[in-house]
Design a protein around this ligand. Structure first.
Ligand code: ZN
Length: 302
């Protein structure tokens, strides 16, 4: 960290690009029925505590309902908890035209039972969110959604027409904060960063984060990084339950990925002058009345 201190500070006239580390807490490898990886996360919490790095977690309703011990680890680390659907049934989650009302309702109720208060932030499993979902989230009093990958995923969604900066869904108070990208076709997700390795990930992320435009009403330039604990830790038994193609993706990603890779990337970003933010805190302090508006009819584009 000494080398960080010796770096020149960013020019004061430029907005400081802020990185938001976010983690989706869900079944192992997003599509199994096991949660073994969540028991291996102690080194992550140790590191994030030592570095005092802010992070935000999006947790499935099932884990909230079962009172999984990972919730205590998150709370102890001061990591805000938001909702990540309920069951995370990746294979049958539909597309951007599917209503996920039951997933949203059950996830919200589980949060309410666990914490005794309404959740403020939501992230759709697999980035699959629809116009009906947006309306429901707004009705339920959610303040922000962080589900949009501003790109196309065949048979799932096409959000290439959406802004890359925070905006508000027209007719609602709901703020949307899209994910960052590494390239126009690759999101800033740890799954991809593990494949690229820390040096290339840090270069691409730094370039993209610094060219982000601040939207009026948003108080920072947000670059959201999407992570999972299965990007940081491994479980051979859970991996065996995946389709062969996905098994190979995760095997390959272990060559230069995992927790040490994220640690290296974060250090490189710090050296480049990027700051790290608390997504929940910054989302709630945005002036949503000044954010650009987007209509949900954008969902009819596909
Ligand atoms: Zn997920």
């Amino acid at each position: 960290m000494d080398s960080f201190k010796s770096q020149p500070a960013p020019a004061p006239s430029l907005p400081c690009a802020k990185v938001y580390l976010t983690f989706d807490i869900e079944p192992d490898y997003a599509r199994t029925d096991s949660y073994r990886i969540l028991d291996r996360t102690a080194p992550f919490f140790e590191w994030i505590g030592q570095e005092q790095l802010p992070a935000t977690a999006f947790v499935t309703g099932q884990l909230l309902e079962n009172g999984h011990p990972i919730l205590d680890s998150l709370q102890k680390a001061g990591i805000p908890v938001e909702v990540h659907g309920y069951s995370h049934a990746a294979e049958t989650f539909g597309d951007m035209h599917t209503s996920h009302a039951e997933e949203i309702d059950k996830g919200t109720e589980a949060y309410l039972r666990r914490f005794g208060q309404q959740p403020v932030g939501y992230r759709a499993p697999c980035g699959i969110v629809s116009a009906a979902d947006i309306q429901l989230l707004a009705q339920l009093g959610y303040r922000y959604d962080s589900s949009i990958f501003p790109m196309r995923r065949p048979h799932r969604f096409d959000f290439t027409h959406l802004p890359h900066h925070p905006f508000r869904w027209e007719g609602t108070k709901l703020v949307e904060i899209p994910f960052g990208l590494l390239t126009p076709f690759m999101p800033a997700g740890l799954t991809f960063m593990n494949l690229l390795g820390p040096r290339l990930s840090a270069i691409l992320g730094r370039y993209q984060a610094k060219r982000r435009v601040t939207a009026p009403g948003s108080n920072s330039v947000g670059y959201i990084v999407d992570g999972h604990f299965h990007n940081l830790f491994h479980d051979a038994e859970a991996l065996q339950r995946l389709p062969p193609r996905l098994q190979w993706v995760y095997r390959l990603s272990r060559l230069q990925g995992g927790l040490p890779s994220l640690q290296k990337t974060v250090t490189l970003w710090q050296k480049a002058g990027l700051a790290f933010g608390n997504l929940q805190q910054d989302a709630l302090s945005m002036n949503e009345s000044r954010l650009p508006l987007v209509q949900t009819k954008i969902f009819n584009h596909e």
